[in-house]
Design a protein around this ligand. Structure first.
Ligand SMILES: [Zn+2]
Length: 468
């Protein structure tokens, strides 16, 4: 077996791992690089392997840093099947369409502002190319939900476990028969956490596995307990209500947004927060929320206790207003606080959130609420790190609003959760830590080696291969 790490290697984006076994090539994820524009563009434009040599893709979950280059793979000649859960397929369709339309828009803007001698730029794929990818999708459900094993060849099969990271997210367990022996490889994808609202906890494996590719986003840190989120939000919202503040939340269209709405709804039901308007300003997130609303079979026990038997649907309540058109979105600037505005994107790299930040970030009475991981070089990370002034849509702004980070809702396992996964995996010999900035992966590597000194723990570099 040969594994080559073509992305999410010593960083958190562009997840792509190639597994070559018995002349059969499996690509785990085909994610897009995000970050500095010129570097990402280069890495996204050309795939580091021949797409027509790939036999099958298994997609762990819908996030664009795991799925975003599937249209390029298909466009460049990949003819095989793309396996994932049906929820992942449905969400990926929205995310890839959104990604295509952002690229089309960005290129149009850049081409309209070309300086002398500069060449025009083109999207790496357009909406039609994104749509074509879906002809090759094949649903594969969680084993525990009756999905069974999926056979790739006579000697290779896989099954999916619930990763508890976002709706539809999966841990992939590959089983390979070779020379009378059976080898197993686990790919955690992005690993969720116990007790996150709505989603179930990551499932433990039933089999032993000698090789594991594990994410390490929070390899060096632990999150606050989930219970804190209710108290923290209660405090922030009550103080904003008193002061007439606007709370601006850069929202991840998927996951965090629905969890925040869930928690806000629960606080309203418990009369812990006043009736301040909550504007949900993202058509994409609204479409994704609709998928959540009809996927309740994936939800955990807490959901059934809180909302399962109530007449009010979880994502609809009196103060929550869905903002649809751009003019409605712009009109929010003319309204006075208190209010909470949720808008995409989560790392403030694009979308309607930029307008809300630009209009509100210089007012010391306002609050910017960061609710998830902010990658290096993103506007969200700069705001979180207190860099000021920052540039938003080409202009400079001083950050005077209060910036609060609430990472209790993080969709990624913290160090403890990752260590637990390593300890629970029986028969483990080779562990590869991916999807983490180097200090996080190294901190985790140190902890793991302290517990299991005989384990081989690698932090692969981009393009590095391992054969065993
Ligand atoms: Zn993810």
């Amino acid at each position: 077996m040969k594994i080559t790490f073509f992305g999410a290697a010593q960083n958190v984006t562009g997840s792509k791992h190639l597994i070559q076994v018995q002349d059969y090539n499996i690509l785990l994820d085909c994610g897009m690089y995000q970050g500095k524009r010129n570097i990402s563009n280069q890495l996204n434009k050309e795939l580091p392997f021949s797409p027509d040599q790939i036999d099958a893709v298994i997609l762990s979950h819908a996030h664009i840093d795991h799925s975003g280059l599937l249209p390029v793979l298909v466009k460049e000649g990949f003819k095989g099947k793309i396996y994932c859960t049906s929820a992942t397929e449905e969400i990926t369709r929205y995310l890839l369409q959104d990604s295509a339309s952002i690229q089309e828009h960005d290129c149009e803007y850049l081409n309209d502002h070309l300086k002398k001698g500069e060449d025009p730029v083109f999207p790496i794929y357009n909406s039609d190319e994104a749509e074509r990818t879906f002809n090759q999708f094949v649903p594969a459900e969680y084993f525990s939900a009756g999905g069974g094993w999926v056979k790739l060849t006579n000697n290779i099969r896989f099954k999916l476990y619930d990763a508890g990271h976002i709706l539809g997210s999966a841990i992939v367990l590959l089983e390979i028969k070779e020379g009378g022996k059976t080898e197993r490889l686990v790919f955690t994808g992005d690993l969720g956490r116990d007790e996150l609202p709505i989603l179930r906890s990551p499932e433990p494996l039933e089999e032993d596995a000698a090789t594991m590719i594990m994410e390490s986003t929070y390899g060096g840190r632990n999150h606050g307990p989930i219970g804190e989120i209710m108290d923290a939000l209660e405090g922030i919202i009550n103080s904003a209500a008193k002061r007439g503040s606007k709370i601006i939340v850069p929202a991840f269209a998927l996951g965090r947004t629905q969890e925040l709405i869930y928690v806000l709804h629960k606080l309203v039901n418990q009369n812990r927060i006043p009736n301040l308007p909550i504007y949900f300003d993202s058509p994409l997130a609204q479409n994704l929320t609709a998928i959540f609303s009809r996927s309740t079979e994936y939800f955990d026990k807490e959901f059934w206790k809180d909302f399962g038997f109530r007449k009010d649907p979880v994502f609809v309540f009196e103060n929550l207003r869905y903002v649809e058109t751009t003019s409605e979105s712009k009109n929010l600037n003319n309204l006075h606080g208190p209010m909470l505005i949720l808008a995409c994107s989560g790392m403030a790299e694009g979308g309607r959130i930029l307008h809300h930040l630009k209009n509100n970030i210089e007012d010391p009475n306002n609050v910017v609420l960061i609710t998830g991981f902010q990658a290096e070089n993103t506007l969200g990370r700069k705001i979180q790190d207190g860099v000021s002034p920052v540039r938003i849509l080409g202009e400079s702004y001083n950050i005077r609003a209060k910036v609060i980070t609430l990472d209790a809702l993080s969709a990624h396992a913290g160090q403890k959760g990752l260590l637990k996964r390593v300890e629970e995996t029986k028969g483990l010999k080779n562990l590869f830590l991916v999807h983490g900035e180097l200090p996080q992966s190294e901190a985790l590597q140190g902890e793991i080696l302290g517990l299991k000194p005989d384990l081989s723990v690698s932090i692969p570099a981009l393009g590095q291969s391992f054969e065993f």
